[in-house]
Design a protein around this ligand. Structure first.
Ligand code: ADP
Ligand code: ZN
Length: 213
């Protein structure tokens, strides 16, 4: 089963994708994570995209489609969670073609709905474990007092360069302008399902599970 998690920054796509990986043995394909890895390891592409990402703008379709193509070519079985991809109509078309070339299909597109105020407060309070990627929130899920990650015991935590108010405004605008048209696109294809992204992590996970089963 291949699915897309669609929603604005801070909607909880990454959190839910991680759960699906643990509970259903699916494979998470996050273009955001792939681009951050390229940046951190200092590849040419990583250097080219760093500023664009820090500003909160989208990197080119060509780059992200290339990243996804590499992961899909020759991949066995189903079970991909597309997280943060596609983000434009051109990317959505490319994904459809790539999947059909691999003899695979898209089973559901899950739109995670969250209001803008919640997005802003989630993202400006967000940090992640530098080792395992567990997500923390200064208000709702603070880093434990002993400074150790609850999931792996790691002691280093990071904040993303684009988790600041200016970049976030740009990211939200990019979402509404360039990505939200995908809601209509997948609705028209009969593949769109929506979940309330404001609930507790477990409740959102249960809604997603109900759609997948
Ligand atoms: P967010 O938490 O804002 O949803 P991601 O971690 O998915 O962010 O992506 C971070 C940044 O990486 C984006 O703001 C954008 O610059 C770039 N990026 C990630 N995926 C894509 C994509 N599919 N198309 C274009 N740019 C992307
Ligand atoms: Zn950790």
């Amino acid at each position: 089963m291949n699915i897309i998690l669609l929603g604005p920054p801070g909607a909880g796509k990454g959190t839910q994708a991680r759960r699906l990986v643990e509970e259903r043995d699916m494979v998470q394909l996050s273009t955001g994570d792939m681009l951050r890895e390229a940046k951190d390891s200092g590849t040419d592409m990583g250097k080219r995209v760093a500023d664009v990402m820090a500003r909160g703008e989208l990197v080119t379709d060509e780059i992200v489609i290339g990243l996804i193509r590499e992961k899909l070519e020759g991949a066995k079985g189903g079970g991909f969670i597309f997280d943060g991809f596609p983000r434009t109509l051109a990317q959505a078309d490319a994904l459809g073609e790539l999947l059909s070339e691999e003899g695979q299909s898209l089973d559901a597109v899950i739109e995670m709905r969250v209001d803008d105020d919640t997005l802003v407060s989630r993202i400006t309070a967000r940090s992640t474990c530098g080792n395992c990627g567990e997500v923390y929130n200064d208000q709702t899920k603070p880093i434990p007092a002993d400074g150790r990650c609850t999931s792996c015991g790691g002691t280093e935590f990071k904040r993303r360069a684009d988790d600041n108010e200016d970049s976030l405004r740009t990211r939200l605008m990019a979402y509404y302008k360039q990505t939200s048209p995908l809601i209509g696109y997948y609705h028209a294809k009969g593949q769109l399902r929506a979940v309330d992204g404001l609930g507790e992590i477990d409740d959102v996970a249960a809604e997603i599970a109900a759609i997948l089963d």
